[in-house]
Design a protein around this ligand. Structure first.
Ligand code: NAP
Length: 244
């Protein structure tokens, strides 16, 4: 019987790898959002399951014994759907989420309930660095008086959706020095970030702190009522326990 690790995050990778190393039968799942995901030494499937029914069929067909959901904290529909299907089918389910970031005394963060709210705080003429991905880019249409720079991992083949901005291609992780250098060169006034948590992508927030750049922090979506782990070792132990 197999443990399914819903991944797409650094921690999902670590958890799947640790389970594999401990000889648990594990299958990692990626949505296929990134064109060239980093290869890993763990059996991996790529692509959506085909909605709730497809996911339910998959669980049965593949003999999935437990689901460890380590998707991104903003992959809210995947988490809600997976939790509901597992609950309905009696498949043990655990959600791993990294703790959210919190502002320190030297940070200038504005919490945002949704992307559209950024426009209430940012003055016309500002240069805004969007570290929030392409999927939600359309939600910044009301920042028409600002210049927008949206960073992407993969080359984008379609034009930027607004006249007032551009894509910037960059492959993480980025060091604090690299982020400082970039924000200075591009004269960034505001940084918009999803509260993803985790150490790897905190460097942009350290750079913003160092340069005194204002940050719009998009708050996390709400969670379903599920078993939640925020420590990687706890999540691994849970999976080994249900497997054993
Ligand atoms: P989402 O809106 O919650 O899910 C959209 C659909 O993508 C799901 O219904 C499912 O398709 C498919 N999917 C999502 N995660 C999957 C996985 N691990 N394996 C197989 N299919 C998956 O998700 P999203 O926000 O687009 O995120 C997609 C992936 O990118 C996730 O794996 C997430 O961990 C990663 N990611 C997301 C963000 C973010 O900011 N949202 C940031 C970094 C990484 P079906 O209905 O066909 O099964």
């Amino acid at each position: 019987m197999t443990i399914l690790v819903l991944s797409g995050t650094r921690e999902g990778r670590e958890i799947a790898q640790a389970l594999h190393a401990r000889r648990a039968r594990v299958l990692a799942s990626l949505a296929g959002a990134t064109r060239n995901p980093r290869p890993q030494d763990v059996p991996t499937r790529i692509g959506g399951f085909g909605g709730a029914d497809g996911f339910a069929d998959f669980l049965v067909r593949e003999g999935i014994r437990a689901v460890l959901d380590a998707t991104h904290p903003f992959a809210a529909s995947m988490t809600a759907r997976s939790a509901a299907v597992c609950h309905r089918m009696g498949v043990p389910y655990c959600l791993f989420q990294r703790p959210p970031w919190g502002a320190g005394p030297k940070d200038d963060w504005t919490p945002l309930a949704k992307e559209e709210d950024a426009a209430h705080h940012i003055r016309a003429g500002a240069t805004v660095f969007l570290a929030t991905g392409r999927q939600t880019l359309h939600r910044y249409a009301n920042l028409a008086e600002c210049y927008l720079i949206c960073r992407q991992i993969d080359e984008v083949n379609t034009p930027f959706p607004f006249p007032n901005g551009e894509y910037l291609i960059g492959n993480p992780p980025f060091s604090v020095e690299e982020e400082v250098d970039l924000f200075q060169k591009r004269k960034i006034d505001w940084l918009i970030v999803k509260n993803a948590g985790g150490a790897a992508s905190f460097s942009k927030l350290e750079a913003a702190r160092y340069l005194g750049i204002k940050v719009g922090m998009i708050e996390r979506p709400g969670l379903p009522d599920v078993l939640l782990k925020s420590d990687i070792e706890d999540a691994i132990s849970w999976a080994l326990h249900v497997d054993g």
